[in-house]
Each structure stands twice: as C-alpha cells, then as structure tokens.
Write a protein that binds this ligand. Structure first.
Ligand code: HEC
Length: 145
C-alpha cells in the first residue's frame, strides 16, 4: 500500500513537471545565450570579420535573451533538484542571484546603446559582458556529478 501511494505521488510529480518545466526552460535560455555569445566571440577573436550592423543585431539578441530571464519563473522553489546544475546558493541568496543577472543585463544594454563601431570597442564590451557568465556560474552553479 505504501509503495502504491509513493508510486502515485511520483506520477503526479511527473505530470506537473510535464506542464511546466522551469529547469528545461532556463537551460534552453542559457543554451541560446551560449550560442549568441559564441557567435560574437568569433568576431572578437578575428575568426569572423567585424560588421557593425551584424554585431549590433547579435548584441540585441543577447539583450532580448537576458530580458526573458525571470528568476521567479525560471527558478521557483523546489526546482533545485533533478537534472540541473543550479546550485542551492540561488535559493539561499535569491537577491544576490538576481542582482548578478541585473549587472549582466546592464552591461549588455551599455553595449547596445553604444553600438560598437570597431573591434576594440566590441572587445572591451564583450569582455565585460561575458565576465558575468563566469561570475554567476562560479557562485550559482555546481559541476554535474
Ligand atoms: C545570473 C546568473 C547567470 C548568468 C549571468 C549566466 N548564467 Fe549560464 N547558467 C546559470 C545557471 C544557474 C545555470 C544552470 C541551469 C540549470 O542547470 O538549471 C546556467 C547554465 C548555463 C549553460 C548550460 C545549459 C544547459 O544546457 O544545461 C550554458 C551553456 C550557459 N549557462 C551559458 C551562459 C553564458 C554564455 C553566459 C553569459 C553570456 C551565462 N550563461 C550567464 C546562471 C547564469
């Protein structure tokens, strides 16, 4: 009987996860972030030619991605377990986590507002933007075991 109750409650959990999966949503958002940043990194490294209009489009895409980040929706209480590398620290220090993302968004906004006209300007801005990735991951992410 006890086993049956556990089985049923696990089914219920699985069903609710199918309707809204904040873990998959936030990982999808991060994957997109990685893809856009990867494209800009190629320009910064000189692997792709600097094209001011194309760069601005990519920076705007990065901004749109960051603006979609809603910690309350993507990191609700209880979403710290499962197939996730989100660290418990997020829920212990939600204010700090949010302000780390705010800083990241502010750095992107500064870059889109300037619309870098040369690679050196882009490089400085891109370094500032991407330093936030490492800062946040170091504090708020755990290595997958
Ligand atoms: C405010 C914090 C924060 C910032 C800023 C941030 N990330 Fe993340 N990132 C996370 C967290 C938390 C996870 C773990 C999500 C999970 O597994 O539930 C993650 C996961 C990822 C993943 C793995 C996604 C997957 O498929 O599991 C990639 C790729 C990634 N981030 C790229 C980036 C890049 C690139 C940047 C900067 C341009 C960035 N992130 C900035 C918090 C952040």
């Amino acid at each position: 009987m006890r086993k049956l109750v556990i089985a049923i409650s696990m089914l219920a959990l699985a069903a609710s996860a199918a309707f809204a999966d904040p873990i998959l949503d936030r990982q999808g958002l991060m994957k997109e972030r990685g893809k856009i940043a990867g494209g800009l990194a190629k320009v910064v490294k000189g692997e792709e030619p600097f094209d001011a209009a194309a760069v601005l489009t990519q920076l705007q895409a990065l901004q749109a991605n960051a603006e979609k980040f809603d910690a309350d929706v993507l990191f609700p209480a209880g979403s710290d377990t499962g197939d996730t590398t989100a660290a418990p620290k997020i829920w212990e220090d939600m204010a700090g986590f949010k302000s780390t993302e705010d800083k990241y968004l502010a750095d992107i906004k500064a870059a889109t507002a300037t619309a870098p006209a040369d690679i050196d300007t882009l490089k400085t801005q891109f370094d500032a933007i991407t330093s936030n990735c490492g800062t946040c991951h170091k504090t708020y992410r755990v290595k997958k075991s």
